[in-house]
Design a protein around this ligand. Structure first.
Ligand code: TRP
Length: 436
């Protein structure tokens, strides 16, 4: 069995803050040290072009983010660490995938839909100020993932839809051209801490409440001093509940240290002393990383060289794979032997199975090409009614699930997109057999 591959993309469009460190960098670096997996980390700089047209900002952010990850212990010898734009096979694959993905799928992508909703609410043209890059974003992301046949993609909930779309593209491509792609799975990071920011809301660039990861010691002290607290006086007991300061501390401290601060809160520690204590604890963890960071920032040539080496590793995989894919779709050397043979791949298909149980009722289920249960129906009084539900699924795809609510259940771990992929494969196979 091949080793499991994890892939993580980071869009370089800002400066990392403590929330990014606790929620993403620190756990990812820890995971990258595992020897039983192969990890890919990349700077998604093509994605950054969608969000900003400031070239200096992209360059600066790419440097800062790369320096941050390396400073925090990402080891480029252990993982494949690269810059998306150093791998030209990725945009080429993006085109291949855009030719097997239905446009309607992209119409439903969250980021695009949010932009359209906003325009509609403002009474503007639905697509006002929406670039095609934003619309295509999930395809580029799909190419990032499928290029390296990643099994697992650690993401927040907001990105899960994109992983489902990547599965959709992989399914469609595999169906048309033979099995080339692994179906990726989202590894959802639910238990990862989200850090509150200065105002107590989630730390986020868009709330302007962040503490930069590599602020100087002095800035760090000042910013921690600016975290909101209630107005309890020194000597008054303080509640840890809902205290942003306490939560931030918890993300850095051991269980024992956390209990000690909890006690100090109960004993009426002043906010001033509490903040000083939190500052010192955070700085204790960050100071050595900050020193690494400053050294790296002073030597961009070193990071450039690391990226070049990473690109060579990535392309050692991507270039031959792309050659295989070009051949598969028919972009071939004209002298190649099988140039004239028609599409000959035989692919197993998903299947509907109808049956009757001992209770005398009629049921059906949908199985994947690999024989895995995707969808199970409830009981129907007659085979005809069961057949109507099947027909609705066959013609409308996962769109029929809403009207069949209560009549069918998705198997565990199966998403609407998986159902859509399977039904699409069936429709395509049917359409094809008609043209033959
Ligand atoms: N879209 C991701 C984000 O904004 C970044 C990203 C781009 C990514 N390509 C990816 C993440 C591939 C995982 C896999 O956070």
């Amino acid at each position: 069995m091949s080793i499991e591959r994890f892939l993580t993309g980071i869009t370089p469009s800002g400066t990392p803050h403590l929330g990014n460190y606790v929620g993403s960098i620190r756990p990812s670096v820890a995971a990258s040290l595992r020897s039983d997996v192969q990890s890919f980390y990349f700077l998604a700089d093509y994605h950054a072009l969608i969000k900003t047209d400031d070239p200096a900002r992209i360059q600066r952010s790419t440097l800062e983010i790369a320096a941050s990850w390396l400073a925090c212990g990402l080891d480029p010898d252990k993982v494949v660490f690269y810059r998306q734009s150093d791998v030209p096979e990725i945009p080429e694959l993006t085109w291949f995938l855009s030719c097997v993905l239905g446009k309607g799928v992209l119409n439903r992508a969250h980021a695009y839909k949010a932009a359209v909703d906003k325009n509609n609410a403002a009474g503007l043209d639905p697509d006002a100020d929406v670039n095609v890059g934003l619309f295509m974003y999930p395809v580029l992301m799909g190419a990032d993932i499928l290029m390296f046949n990643a099994h697992h993609v650690p993401v927040g909930r907001d990105q899960v839809q994109h992983i489902e779309m990547a599965r959709d593209m992989a399914n469609s491509f595999n169906h048309r051209y033979g099995v080339h792609f692994t179906l990726p799975e989202a590894a959802i990071e639910d238990n990862v801490a989200t850090l509150p920011g200065l105002d107590g809301r989630k730390m986020s660039k868009s709330y302007d409440n962040t503490i930069p990861l590599f602020a100087t010691r002095e800035q760090l002290q000042k910013l921690i001093g600016a975290i909101v607290t209630d107005s309890k006086a020194p000597g008054e007991p303080k509640s840890t509940e809902g205290s942003a300061l306490f939560q931030i501390y918890q993300a850095f401290a051991s269980a024992e240290e956390t209990r000690a601060l909890q006690q100090a809160f109960a004993d009426g520690i002043s906010w001033r002393d509490a903040k000083q204590h939190v500052f010192e604890r955070i700085d204790q963890e960050i100071a050595p990383l900050r020193a690494n960071y400053l050294a790296l920032m002073a030597d961009p040539g070193k990071i450039e060289a690391i990226f070049k080496a990473g690109a060579a590793k990535a392309r050692a995989i991507a270039t031959p794979f792309m050659t295989e894919l070009r051949h598969a779709v028919g972009l071939r050397d004209l002298r190649a032997q099988d140039a004239a043979t028609a599409k000959s791949v035989k692919v197993a298909l998903p299947v509907f199975k109808q049956y009757r149980e001992a209770d005398g009722q009629f049921y059906f289920k949908l199985q994947s090409a690999e024989g895995k249960l995707l969808l199970q129906s409830g009981a129907f009084g007659s085979p005809k009614v069961a057949g109507q539900s099947i027909a609705a699924l066959q013609t409308q795809g996962a769109g029929a699930l809403a009207e069949l609510a209560g009549l069918v259940t998705l198997a565990e771990g199966v998403s609407a997109a998986d159902i859509d992929g399977a039904l699409q494969a069936l429709r395509e196979a049917k359409a094809e057999s008609k043209t033959k």
